[in-house]
Design a protein around this ligand. Structure first.
Ligand code: AMP
Length: 659
């Protein structure tokens, strides 16, 4: 049959008989590894036909999209395809299968393909938590958390690989955390959307027991057994579990959701959560900041005119935001801040150190335990901490925790609430200090706050409540449930969006940028373009000029954070504008526009000033820190060029570098 390479691409969607990614690996792993797929069909396409192929799971959830060529075509049996380009999800899967040569990137994300067909049906709110996740839904005007068939209100955000090679999720995965810590992934929320080489991942690598590896785009990924999973895939598994609970409860397919993220999440992290949602077969109608969700749970429909502070102390992070609530369901974030390395796990660590010291002084030997023994001590420490929120003292007993010269040793310590408070007072000090900073950045006094809302499991500690009481001079509100407020707020927004035509339900959310966005200067310094706490949506334009005669391309490096050195901030990516007109140094210039949506998602466009050529640019985030340093150096300005740090000096420097 004749080949016509110019023939149009044929779009094809195939539903695999696989319930999840693991089943896909098992059934199709070998084929995919050789970048091929045999499609059984009674009507095979001719050899040379170009296909755009979307693969879906049994339940219809999109798995990935590739372009492919028909390379063999049996008249009746089917056709053999070879992949020619693959989207990110496909490339992640191929990488995890150990494929050596990946096909080029197909610039379409599952989110985009989902957007083409807007699903209908109920819209739920999902709190995708560090420790636990939950779904909520509004029925008869009231939001409620959807319980699982087993009666749990939350799903532990944990994925584990069993000894038999099966992936398990939630409560069963948590069950094997103690015995198999290297094959149990938790805390994915802290890693998702980050570059492997980022300073935060560098610190987190030593805190987690499972292997953290580099993914194909330089992003962080995790290894479970022989497979590498992207954090999007891991989070998608948790979301799919939560979605399943919602479907069971509501008795119909659920394809729409509002998903919450921490206020401090940067652009990469927000995009990654959207991708995870799409992989789980969810159209993410809106990404909502957790403190705003908590405020919605507190204030929706109550016609309040108040300023509230949301104090969110979770398992791994601390987040504090001030919001102004206006009677017509307007929620305006006015200041936000926090610490990505301050949470319940730090309280646990203090107890663990105390327990190991007690073990040493009691038995006269160092604690010799292996990973499993250590995990048992950590678990006992966390349980004791939670018990001490209810009781004044607790006995911590971990029998046979160590074996030395054939002799078993127990850990047996009596701990009081007072001791816990002594051990952790410095952590609560840090929380209070952050509150002071967040208030000061808007020149607010503690008396300007009408209500303090406590969110996150660690905020249940009585000492935390007491310190907040002392600092703000008022009892924190008891009107929101610390574990459920975020999911309930997400469901409230989902309901308002679903009934968008109903003016009574309409909600207006006004947010701020949690961390500044700016450019990397050639000397390694960070130049902020949009300051943190700037109200969203926001647009900012800057001009970048060529540095040498005839320069053909301009690269702009974009970072997010507050550190003066750009490499200490989160690298958002590189904007490359090529094919510049031949012109002397400084004459060719590109006007770059950064647009931040109300959801804090960043898009960038660039316009060449001489010709007016305009492009919407996707930030490339594949660059290693070494390449970033080289690119900065290549711009040709020596270190220390920014000697004059007065505003005028900085302006002059900028003019020199960027035109
Ligand atoms: P979250 O990420 O909001 O689920 O918070 C989880 C953290 O809250 C973990 O560090 C838990 O140990 C901690 N936590 C949960 N319940 C309590 C409690 N009653 N008292 C103190 N800490 C708690």
């Amino acid at each position: 049959m004749a080949n016509d390479p110019n023939a149009k691409t044929v779009a094809l969607s195939i539903r695999l008989q696989c319930a999840d990614v693991q089943a896909v690996r098992q059934s199709y792993g070998a084929e995919f590894q050789s970048l091929g797929l045999f499609v059984p069909t009674k009507a095979p396409r001719p050899i040379g036909t170009s296909l755009r192929l979307q693969l879906r799971l049994t339940d219809g959830a999109p798995l990935f999209t590739v372009t492919a060529l028909v390379v063999e075509s049996a008249r009746k049996g089917g056709m053999q395809l070879r992949f020619t380009a693959a989207d990110r999800a496909a490339r992640n899967l191929l990488t995890s299968l150990g494929t050596e040569r990946l096909p080029p990137l197909l610039e379409e994300t599952p989110t985009a393909s989902l957007r083409a067909k807007k699903p209908e049906g109920p819209m739920i709110g999902i709190d995708l938590g560090t420790t636990n996740s939950a779904a909520a839904f509004v029925a008869n005007g009231k939001p409620f958390v959807l319980p699982s068939r087993e009666g749990y209100n939350t799903v532990p955000s944990i994925i584990a690989l069993t000894d038999k090679g099966r992936l398990i999720i939630g409560h069963s995965a948590k069950g094997q955390m103690l015995t198999n810590p290297r094959r149990t992934v938790y805390g994915a929320k802290r890693l998702i959307g980050r570059a492997y080489a980022s300073p935060i991942v560098e610190q987190l690598r030593h805190r987690f027991q499972y292997p953290i590896v580099e993914g194909p785009r330089g992003e962080v990924a995790v290894q479970l057994g022989d497979n590498v999973y992207s954090l999007q895939e891991i989070s998608a598994m948790v979301l799919r579990e939560v979605k399943g609970i919602a479907q069971n409860h509501l008795g119909c397919p659920v394809e729409r959701a509002v998903i919450t993220v921490p206020a401090y999440y940067n652009d990469n992290q927000r995009q990654a959560v959207r991708e995870a949602g799409a992989l789980a077969g969810l159209h993410v109608e809106r990404i909502l900041n957790e403190p705003t969700a908590a405020a919605l749970a507190f204030g929706y429909g109550r016609k309040l005119e108040e300023r509230v502070l949301v104090f969110d102390l979770g398992g791994g992070t601390f987040d504090v935001s001030v919001l102004e609530l206006h009677p017509e369901n307007v929620y305006e974030v006015v200041s936000t801040g926090g610490d990505t390395f301050l949470g319940g796990v730090d309280f646990d660590n203090e107890i663990v150190s105390f327990l190991l010291e007690s073990f040493r002084s009691h038995h006269g030997i160092e604690f010799p335990g292996d990973r499993v023994a250590f995990s048992r001590v950590v678990d006992a420490a966390e349980n004791a901490k939670i018990t001490l929120s209810e009781q004044k003292e607790v006995r911590i007993l971990v029998p046979f925790v160590a074996l030395v010269d054939g002799k078993p040793y127990d850990l047996d310590v009596l701990m009081t609430r007072q001791k816990l408070e002594d051990l952790t007072a410095h952590l609560v000090d840090r929380c209070i200090q952050k509150c002071t900073e967040v208030l000061a950045s808007r020149k607010l006094a503690v008396t300007d706050i009408n209500e303090v809302l406590l969110v996150g499991g660690q905020s249940r500690m009585p000492y935390v409540r007491q310190r907040i009481h002392d600092y703000f001079g008022r009892e924190p509100s008891r009107a929101v449930h610390p574990d459920e407020a975020v999911a309930l707020g997400a469901a409230t927004l989902a309901d308002a969006l679903a009934g968008a035509s109903n003016a009574d339900k309409a909600v207006l959310l006004i947010d701020v940028l949690p961390m500044s966005i700016g450019l990397g200067l050639p000397n390694g310094k960070f130049q902020k373009l949009i300051e943190r706490n700037t109200t969203l949506p926001q647009t900012c334009t800057t001009t970048v000029a060529t540095q040498s005669d005839g320069q053909a391309a301009i690269d702009v490096l974009v970072f997010q954070g507050e550190n003066p050195r750009c490499l200490d901030n989160e690298y958002l990516g590189r904007l490359h504008f090529g094919d510049l007109p031949e012109a002397p140094r400084g004459a060719a210039a590109v006007e770059v526009t950064f647009r931040l949506s109300a959801e804090c998602l960043l898009s960038v466009s660039a316009r060449e000033k001489l010709t007016g050529r305009e492009e919407h640019v996707t930030l490339s985030t594949r660059d290693t820190p070494e390449l970033v340093k080289e690119l900065l150096a290549a711009a040709g300005v020596e270190d220390g060029a920014l000697e004059d740090r007065t505003p005028r000096g900085v302006a002059a420097f900028f003019k020199r570098v960027f035109g």
